[in-house]
Design a protein around this ligand. Structure first.
Ligand code: HEM
Ligand SMILES: *[C@@H]1O[C@H](CO)[C@@H](O)[C@H](O)[C@H]1NC(C)=O
Ligand SMILES: *[C@@H]1O[C@H](CO)[C@@H](O)[C@H](O)[C@H]1NC(C)=O
Length: 342
């Protein structure tokens, strides 16, 4: 290490320069140390960038986009399913592709955990994207990045906002059933403060949480996810409740019956979801709680009136979500098959 007292024999001017040099090197050392620390603690989202694959796989974006577009043209809901996979990936130990791993002899993965079991889908599309990307550039692009890119392409294809996706994430070698079940992904029965706290724990604000909930402008939910709300809650439009009840019996059956999260435009990425909330036509308890006399009411009103503000805040928030604890550098791996560690 440099330090000023090694230069005591020098004339005054040189001493000053030597001291300057020494402090310069100390600051450099401190900064370098922090950079190295950041690497090892996993908070290395600074390493993600939009041009990470510009040399190693220049076709990655066009390749992912074409598979996503084809899949959505076959079934529009797949756009919603891909977006949700990215959310459930990022909230459980960071955006590391862990949600995509099948169970192995050494671990039970996340696919059958409460928030995911019989609910998350889109794995076949991810396999198709991975196959196309592997063909273009073998062993280069991570499954975690595929989810981030496919989410953007889904939103754009369904009429929502566009943004530049940061990439450079690597894939985990393991997945955790118990971590996926630990409540990090909040259940639809959550209170508003639970929703805010769960997002806060991932570095996302209440505003980010409300904007990201706007993802429920697309996709479907199962009867089991909204049954209690349509039979027991009072902050719900009564004719809307009746309509939903007709496909979701109170006691048994119909568990798997689906209803659109946004009753107005279920396959268009727009701000109608927020209009529904103003009319007490939110499908999930966790949707309507965003407009129920609490601290997020005014944001819901703003988004319902202003699609552009919603789009901007959604983009800000989903980029932040994609920054949650990525694996970078030499951590993790680039999986060959998104369902299995190499
Ligand atoms: C705020 C907390 C959230 C809760 C409590 C929540 C809960 C749920 C539930 C219960 C479902 C229906 C699952 C089923 O019945 O099969 C669902 C679907 C969905 N969620 Fe969320 N969610 C939340 C936030 C988010 C976020 C942040 C995103 C993405 C940015 C998202 C995207 C979706 C999408 C797109 C669907 C439909 C998926 C499909 O049709 O395949 N959700 N969510
Ligand atoms: C997942 O759902 C299936 C069907 O409802 C059920 O049989 C299974 O026990 C569930 N798995 C877990 C881990 O809860
Ligand atoms: C509604 O509330 C009653 C009374 O608390 C409860 O027994 C029932 O399971 C709840 N859910 C439905 C779908 O009725």
């Amino acid at each position: 290490m440099f330090s000023a007292h090694h230069f005591h024999h020098l004339p005054s001017f040189s001493k000053k320069m030597a001291f300057f040099t020494a402090s310069y090197y100390s600051s450099f050392t401190i900064i370098a140390t922090f950079a190295v620390l950041a690497l090892f603690t996993g908070s290395s989202s600074a390493q993600l960038s939009t041009d990470f694959y510009s040399k190693s796989c220049p076709k990655v974006f066009s390749t992912v986009q074409s598979v996503v577009k084809n899949s959505i043209s076959v079934e529009r809901r797949l756009g919603a399913s891909l977006l949700r996979l990215h959310f459930h990936d990022c909230f459980v130990n960071g955006c590391d592709g862990s949600v995509l791993l099948d169970d192995t002899d050494s671990f039970t993965g996340e696919k059958t955990a409460g928030p995911n079991n019989r609910s998350i889908r889109g794995f076949k599309v991810v396999d198709d994207i991975k196959a196309a990307v592997e063909k273009a550039c073998p062993g280069v692009v991570s499954c975690a990045d595929i989810l981030a890119i496919a989410s953007r392409d889904s939103v754009v294809t369904l009429g929502g906002p566009d943004w530049d996706v940061k990439v450079g994430r690597r894939d985990s070698k393991t997945a955790s059933f118990s971590d996926a079940n630990s409540g990090v992904i909040p259940p639809p029965t959550s209170t508003l403060s639970n929703l805010i706290n769960r997002f806060q724990a991932k570095g996302l604000s209440a505003k980010d949480m409300v904007a990201l909930s706007g993802a429920h402008t697309i996709g479907q939910a199962r009867c089991i996810s909204f049954r209690d709300r349509i039979y027991n809650e009072t902050n719900i439009d009564s004719s809307f409740a009746k309509t939903r009840q007709s496909q979701c019996p109170r006691n048994t059956g119909g568990r798997k019956n689906l209803a659109p999260l946004d009753l107005q435009t279920p396959t268009a990425f727009d701000n109608k979801y927020f209009n529904n909330l103003l009319d007490q036509k939110g499908l999930l308890h966790s949707d309507q709680i965003l407009y129920d006399g609490g601290s997020t009411d005014s944001l819901v009103e703003t988004y319902s009136k202003n699609d552009k503000t919603f789009d901007e805040d959604f983009v800000t928030a989903i980029i932040k979500m994609g920054d949650i604890d990525p694996l970078t550098g030499s951590s993790g791996e680039i999986r060959k098959n998104c369902r299995k560690p190499n």
